[in-house]
Design a protein around this ligand. Structure first.
Ligand SMILES: Nc1ncnc2c1ncn2[C@@H]1O[C@H](COP(=O)(O)OP(=O)(O)OP(=O)(O)O)[C@@H](O)[C@H]1O
Ligand SMILES: O=P(O)(O)OC[C@H]1O[C@H](OP(=O)(O)O)[C@H](O)[C@@H]1O
Length: 184
């Protein structure tokens, strides 16, 4: 039996990590779900998500060796997902935060993919990034300029507007990951 790949995408500051953290907590103890820890060329102490810090050199070596089934560059950083083929083969649901730009590639490589496109109004994005405080104001402006990048096109994309209170949004998001109400 093969599992399911759930990819979560959307502009910086929209709340992907917050939703994923909440869902991970709600699903803790259920071995059917794996939330991937990304490799990023960002210092671990930068705050925010818990990622595997990797140097530029090591990233390029591993990327060239084919170690990252999906990888991308954004915001002056490099991002890669660890291999999850064994998890899918074991029938687990694998969930990851990715760039909007890799969903097409993921579909070509893995076939059926559940893409969740998280959105929020531009004024909320700005406010959230400023409040989060991980980046400088100049970096935040560059992130906001990228917010209008195209979403993941194609069929099977679930549009998720993250505008309500976070607790309620996490509940709604977790239900989607559980496949309640049917998944494309
Ligand atoms: N529904 C919500 N209501 C209010 N604040 C929220 C909501 N969702 C997320 N936030 C806040 O917005 C900020 C950005 O959220 P988060 O870091 O999860 O975004 P992100 O999409 O993962 O961004 P990035 O792609 O830059 O990592 C955080 O400070 C978080 O607490
Ligand atoms: O704009 P696009 O390409 O969709 O997203 C690019 C990247 O931006 C965010 O990075 P971070 O988590 O803030 O470092 C997302 O997590 C994604 O990896």
């Amino acid at each position: 039996m093969t599992g399911r790949l759930v990819l979560v995408a959307g502009p910086s500051g929209v709340g992907k990590d917050s939703l994923l953290d909440g869902a991970k907590e709600a699903l803790a103890g259920d071995s059917g779900y794996l939330f991937l820890r990304r490799y990023i060329t960002r210092p671990a102490e930068a705050g925010g998500e818990d990622h595997n810090e990797i140097s530029e050199t090591a990233f390029e070596e591993r990327r060239a060796a084919g170690d990252f089934p999906l990888w991308w560059d954004a915001h002056g950083l490099r991002y890669g997902l660890p291999d999850f083929s064994g998890e899918l083969m074991a029938g687990r649901t694998v969930i990851a935060n990715v760039s909007r730009g890799v969903i097409g590639d993921a579909r070509r490589k893995f076939g059926a993919v559940t893409a969740i496109h998280v959105t929020a109004p531009a004024d909320k994005l700005r406010q959230r990034l400023l409040e989060r405080g991980r980046e400088t104001e100049a970096e935040i402006e560059r992130r906001l300029a990228r917010a209008a990048a195209p979403g993941p096109g194609g069929s099977g994309v679930i549009e998720f507007s993250n505008e309500g209170p976070l607790d309620a949004e996490i509940e709604r998001f977790t239900a989607i990951i559980r496949g309640e109400g049917g998944l494309p």
